[in-house]
Design a protein around this ligand. Structure first.
Ligand code: GRF
Length: 216
């Protein structure tokens, strides 16, 4: 492990179980969470960050007249933490093209579906309604299109006959909580690069659905 840890910032809006997984795994990995930013002052993730003594900033989009004004201030706050990577972890706010372009290749998101299936909300319900055999999680670069940036990795699970939205959410969280810290570690080790829209892992171009993680 290098003496200088790889600084990351985590953006949240809610419960922050992925943030907690990143906090818990930090001691075993080469990254360090140097800041947590929430657009919701009541996000439980802020308490998780406080308990882990991580600097925090709240920026409420309701205080800004335009999307662009909010994005500009958010960009400014992120830069004050000087991160090498920005992780969206349940951050419920679509970002505009300027901020996304500014952090191109350095901003990633975790999404609870096997993208390109089911961008947006209610992914577990959609997978059940479609009677899918499998479901999963994707980690991807953030671009201007919602949940449509180049995919870094995916982890899958088999949908069981008695699965419900709640059970799927729980099972997906188990995958997410392993996959996100691992992906942050890949970045810390310099193993992931983005070349135009192609993702490279250890110098090899990945397929459009990214690296297939086996986590169970
Ligand atoms: C996760 O399922 C993540 O994939 C999605 O939002 C949820 C956030 O959960 N983007 P938590 O706040 O990390 O518990």
């Amino acid at each position: 492990m290098s003496s200088q840890k790889f600084p990351i910032v985590v953006l949240i809006s809610g419960n922050g179980t992925n943030l907690q997984a990143l906090i818990d795994a930090e001691k075993n990995y080469d990254y360090k969470i140097c800041g947590v930013i929430s657009n919701n002052k009541d996000a439980y993730g802020l308490i998780r960050a406080r308990e882990a003594h991580i600097p925090r900033t709240v920026i409420s989009h309701t205080q800004y007249a335009t999307r662009d004004a909010f994005d500009q201030e958010l960009q400014h706050i992120i830069m004050q933490y000087s991160p090498r990577l920005i992780l969206l972890a349940g951050f419920m706010r679509k970002l505009g093209k300027n901020i996304v372009r500014h952090f191109a290749g350095r901003m990633i998101n975790i999404h609870p579906s096997l993208l390109p299936k089911y961008p947006g909300l209610n992914t577990h319900e959609k997978a059940l309604t479609a009677q899918d055999q499998e479901h999963g999680v994707s980690i991807h670069f953030v671009t201007e299109e919602l949940d449509a940036g180049p995919i870094i990795c995916q982890a899958k699970l088999k949908i069981l006959p008695n699965d419900t939205v709640q059970s799927l959410e729980q099972r997906i969280h188990v995958l997410e909580h392993k996959a996100y810290p691992l992906t942050a570690q890949w970045f810390a080790e310099g193993r992931i690069t983005l070349d135009d829209r192609q993702v490279l892992h250890d110098g090899k171009v990945l397929t459009s659905t990214g690296y297939s993680l086996k986590l169970d």
